[in-house]
Design a protein around this ligand. Structure first.
Ligand code: UT7
Length: 334
């Protein structure tokens, strides 16, 4: 039997830079309610969302992902040709073939291994873990992770359980070698017995000459599951990083619904004074983009800073979830 060599990898990894993209168009609750049978008051009190952003009709998942990725590369101080793997987390790029990552890599001028991760709103935290393991395993010196969604393409504007929640945007990070571990062990899993709770439905939305499936959600089922199960996942992520909740400088949960965040924080018994991401008020639920967008908001608002220790938790369709403790990276433009 021949002896196969394996590559050594980095002893430790971290996020080296973060970039984001928020579409220009701000969509108020009033605008949503021009079509949806709801009200600004109901949306704010039940979801915490005041406004969100929708991409332009001609703006694609690739366009948004490239914008975020270019800024992540700048913040990390590396060039596209140094990237050894590009991982795109998205469920709204509109087609299974071709997948998004090679097109995104090409726009950056990269010929790196490029693949998509489909794990709903938990996609970014899954991809971050995969990227860290690729770098630690020696398969790439640097890996680019992009969480990007254009959920507006898949919304039925008359559906009361989705139309006011979801939104568009992108966030990207470069993962690479570091002197000290900056990405803790992932706590992750799934419950496929609830796979129908968030799903794509053939019930189609007419788009110009074409038809597009829509996203449907049993919101209450997610509500009964997420704030309880995610408290356990959060505790597991913190313990496996060798830390305690009191060691955290920030908590960045997936921006699903402000009431889910509030209930999760209560269930977790997060110590008072640890800032919690609440980007959802201005941004809506951007699925796989929500965690990096929320990090950027916290750093921009001075609630957290690069070098801080933060707990990330993401959950959604699948049902899938993933979370890890990280050191916050430098953020482009801040
Ligand atoms: O990111 C992926 C994971 N997704 C999530 O985390 C989403 C989790 N779920 C949610 O965010 C919430 O379940 C929703 C925002 C989708 C719905 O809020 P809810 O508090 O669970 O509402 P509900 O379905 O329990 O409905 C309560 C009431 C009902 O009226 P009655 O029966 O009490 O008279 C509904 O008909 O609110 C009514 N309702 C609405 N009213 C105005 C439901 N949706 C709406 C609406 N506008 N959009």
């Amino acid at each position: 039997m021949s002896k196969i060599s394996q590559r050594p990898g980095a002893a430790a990894t971290a996020m080296l830079g973060l970039g984001i993209y928020r579409p220009e168009r701000v969509v108020t609750n009033a605008e949503i309610c021009e079509v949806l049978d709801s009200s600004d008051e109901w949306i704010q009190s039940r979801t915490g969302i005041q406004r969100r952003r929708f991409a332009r009709e001609d703006e694609t998942v690739i366009d948004m992902g490239v914008a975020a990725a270019e800024d992540a590369l700048k913040a990390a101080g590396i060039t596209a040709d140094q990237i050894g793997a590009v991982i795109v987390a998205s469920t709204t790029q509109g087609q299974h073939t071709p997948h998004a990552a090679p097109m995104l890599a090409d726009r950056l001028g990269s010929r790196a291994a490029s693949f998509d991760v489909s794990a709903g709103c938990a996609g970014f935290c899954h991809a971050l873990s995969v990227a860290s393991d690729l770098v630690r395993g020696g398969s790439a010196e640097y890996a680019l992770v992009v969480g990007v969604e254009k959920v507006s393409d898949f919304l039925d504007p008359t559906d009361r359980s989705t139309a006011m929640i979801f939104a568009d945007g992108a966030g990207a990070v470069v993962v690479g070698p570091a002197d000290e571990p900056g990405i803790g062990p992932v706590a992750w899993g799934s419950d496929g017995s609830q796979s129908q709770v968030i799903r794509q439905e053939p019930r189609c939305r007419q788009v110009e000459h074409d038809q597009q499936p829509v996203i449907a959600m049993e919101g209450q089922a997610v509500f009964r599951w997420a704030p309880f199960k995610m408290a356990d996942v959060a505790r597991e992520a913190v313990a496996s990083a060798g830390l305690e909740l009191a060691d955290l400088d920030a908590f960045v949960p997936h921006q699903a619904n402000m009431r889910i965040t509030d209930t999760l924080v209560r269930n977790l018994k997060l110590p008072e004074g640890i800032p919690v991401a609440r980007d959802i008020a201005d941004t809506g639920n951007t699925s796989a983009a929500s965690v990096p967008l929320a990090i950027e908001r916290m750093v921009r608002d001075g609630e957290a800073k690069p070098g801080d220790t933060a707990l990330l938790i993401a959950f959604g369709a699948g049902l899938s979830y993933a979370g890890q403790v990280v050191t916050l990276p430098p953020v482009a433009g801040l």
